[in-house]
Design a binder for this molecule. Structure first.
Ligand code: AP5
Length: 213
């Protein structure tokens, strides 16, 4: 199964992608995670990406397209994958379509998460993630048992640099202008499925599973 998770920052794409990864044993591919790793490793690509990410802007298309083209050809993607945060522009979606067509593959479903802006801001300002295993928490709605410590692996929890109010507002604006048009792009292709992204994580997961099965 090959899935795309679409939705604004904080819509729950990463949370749901990790659950889908576990249930269906196919990898979650997050361009955000790949770029953050490149930044922390100090690679050339990371240096190019860093300024855009810190400012809430998109990283240039050619960088992420190249990352994804390489990644989806890896062995663990043979049985499918979950794209989380890619594509984010029409150009990225077109290039993805071309790459998959060359591999004689297609996308099975594009799941779009709809959440209102006020809720997104609350979710992002309170988000904490584990620097070791990537598990996601929230100060109010999903707090860890011990403040600052991951329940799953004991790793240290941190706040993303782009999760401050000013950058969040920029990211939401970029989403509206650059990424939201993808809904129409995939609706025309007939594989867009919309999920009301409010409700418990488990309720949303059930909805997603029902839509894609
Ligand atoms: P990226 O890392 O992809 O961030 P994003 O799209 O902004 O999405 P988020 O990770 O912030 O949110 P999410 O939808 O995954 O929500 P989550 O599950 O974490 O991108 C970061 C940057 O990298 C971009 O700004 C850009 O610069 C660059 N980039 C990445 N991909 C790119 C691309 N393709 N092209 C160009 N540039 C690219 O949940 C959020 C919080 O809400 C958590 O605390 C969680 O616990 C909580 N939560 C989740 N679900 C629920 C629920 N149902 N109820 C209550 N709380 C919930």
């Amino acid at each position: 199964m090959r899935l795309i998770l679409l939705g604004p920052p904080g819509a729950g794409k990463g949370t749901q992608a990790r659950m889908l990864e576990e249930k269906f044993s196919i990898p979650q591919i997050s361009t955000g995670d790949m770029l953050r790793k490149a930044v922390s490793d100090g690679t050339e690509l990371g240096k190019r990406a860093n300024a855009c990410m810190g400012d809430g802007q998109l990283v240039p298309d050619e960088i992420v397209i190249e990352l994804i083209k390489e990644r989806i050809k890896e062995d663990d993607c043979a049985g499918g994958f979950i794209l989380d945060g890619f594509p984010r522009t029409i150009v990225q979606a077109e290039k993805l379509g071309e790459t998959l067509a060359e591999m004689k593959l297609g996308i099975d479903a594009v799941v779009d998460f709809e959440v209102d802006v006020q809720e997104l801001i609350v979710r992002l300002t309170g988000r904490r993630s584990c620097s070791n295993c990537g598990a996601m928490f929230h100060d109010e709605t999903r707090p860890p048992e011990k403040t600052g410590v991951c329940d799953r692996c004991g790793g240290e929890l941190h706040q993303r640099l782009d999760d401050n109010r000013e950058t969040i507002l920029k990211r939401l604006e970029v989403y509206k202008n650059e990424t939201a048009p993808l809904k129409e792009f995939y609706r025309k292709q007939g594989n867009l499925k919309t999920v009301e992204g409010r409700g418990s994580v488990e309720e949303i997961f059930s909805q997603v599973c029902a839509l894609i099965s």
